[in-house]
Design a protein around this ligand. Structure first.
Ligand SMILES: Cc1ncc(C[n+]2csc(CCOP(=O)(O)OP(=O)(O)O)c2C)c(N)n1
Length: 370
């Protein structure tokens, strides 16, 4: 693999914003400092707790998949700061359009743990009510949610609301036509939408450098959408950058694009084997920039995290993991034919035929009640 496939070149004038360094020191940043001037040590400790809990959720779900309790799981290991910093910048009425990896975001929004697991266990098409949490269900079609987020934001603008929508997307998604259409519409109609791109460096086995020779944040300016590139492993910087974009959206400034530069330390999903396409050195380099470790160092240096506080957070995370395991294992199995429900609002002849074929197939098994 040559170097051009590995990374991107930062053009003159584009700066990667960072507020807490990889070793836990506070940086100052002319643009972002103001957006987090109210964030005290207690709030930072809360962000650390959030990140630790979602990492624990992720480990437990990965273990459940390995034990045959989930069909698949898309790990978020390494992306905790990007997820927590962004969701904590939003108001409850802001509508979230996620990919399949925003399970940490869903947890913070209030979706219950068994609900989050249900899609990955095959127990239900969706584990939460989008209207209850103002969060759409996981989107598997790469980039499609950016269209939904833009359309929703255009609606908000027409209704004169002060709210916004946010579309989460990956680096690979920026190569999809849907994303480019979304940005054209968002810019044309000045829709209050945030494109929050987690550049985790890999689109399954394709490195980001193959898809873009420039930072992804640079693409937005082609549409006239202001953008920021932020250290995605720095929760404080991500919080600040998302607040920057949210303020723009709420005050009639239109769309923004954030590139959170992070790294997917695990596989793409539990069905993937990253050792086949990426080197060990790269992983080690990113492990040294772990989002949890840097905030931990910062809090310890500030005297805000001692062994007692750490043990309390770890116990909380363990309790969440136990609840998740229990909820997941006890999810009821769905009726096989329920797969055909909630596909279309009105009856559909093709679906009716497929249901009938499947019913006949099921009844071909000896002793089947179907
Ligand atoms: C339209 C479409 N094409 C292809 C796929 C198969 N696919 C699933 S995940 C993925 C890579 C996505 O990479 P990225 O957008 O960077 O997100 P990440 O998984 O890294 O968070 C692809 C190509 C899909 N789900 N949808």
């Amino acid at each position: 693999m040559n170097d051009s496939r590995q990374g991107t070149t930062v053009p003159a004038g584009m700066q990667m914003h960072q507020l807490i360094t990889a070793t836990g020191e506070r940086n100052s940043d002319e643009l972002l400092d103001d957006f987090v001037s109210d964030v005290d040590h207690e709030t930072l400790r809360g962000l650390y707790r959030d990140m630790l809990v979602i990492r624990r959720i992720d480990f437990e779900a990965t273990a459940l998949q390995r034990q045959g309790q989930l069909a698949l799981w898309p790990p978020l290991l390494g992306q905790e700061a990007a997820q927590i910093g962004s969701v904590r910048a939003l108001d409850p009425e802001d509508f979230i359009f996620p990919t399949y990896r925003e399970n940490g975001v869903a947890y913070i929004r209030g979706a219950n743990l068994a609900g989050i697991m249900s899609t990955w266990r095959g127990s239900a098409n969706t584990g939460w009510d989008p209207h209850e949490f103002n969060m759409a269900t996981p989107q598997i079609i790469i980039g499609a949610q950016t269209l939904h987020a833009t359309g929703y934001a255009m609606g908000i603008a027409m209704e004169g609301k002060e709210s916004l929508s946010i579309a989460y997307l990956g680096d690979g998604a920026t190569s999809q036509g849907d994303v480019h259409e979304s940005m054209v519409f968002a810019a044309s109609f000045q829709a209050p939408v945030i494109f929050f791109c987690q550049n985790n460096h890999w689109a399954i086995s394709e490195p980001v450098g193959l898809q873009s020779h420039l930072p992804l944040a640079g693409r937005a300016s082609g549409y006239g959408i202001p953008s920021l590139q932020v250290d995605g492993n720095d929760v404080l910087a991500v919080l600040a950058a998302t607040r920057w974009a949210a303020r723009r959206a709420r005050t009639g400034g239109g769309p923004s694009f954030i590139e959170a530069v992070t790294y997917r330390m695990g596989p793409h999903t539990t069905a993937d084997d990253p050792t086949r396409y990426r080197g060990v050195t790269e992983l080690e380099e990113w492990a040294a920039k772990d989002p949890l470790m840097r905030l931990r160092s910062y809090l310890i240096n500030a005297g805000m995290l001692d062994a007692g506080a750490e043990a309390a957070i770890a116990a909380e995370a363990d309790a969440v993991a136990a609840e998740l395991r229990d909820g997941c294992i006890n999810l009821p199995d769905p009726e096989p034919l329920s797969a055909f429900e909630n596909v279309y609002v009105d009856p559909h002849p093709v679906l009716d035929r497929q249901r009938e074929e499947y019913r006949r197939y099921l009844s071909s098994f000896v002793g089947s009640a179907s």
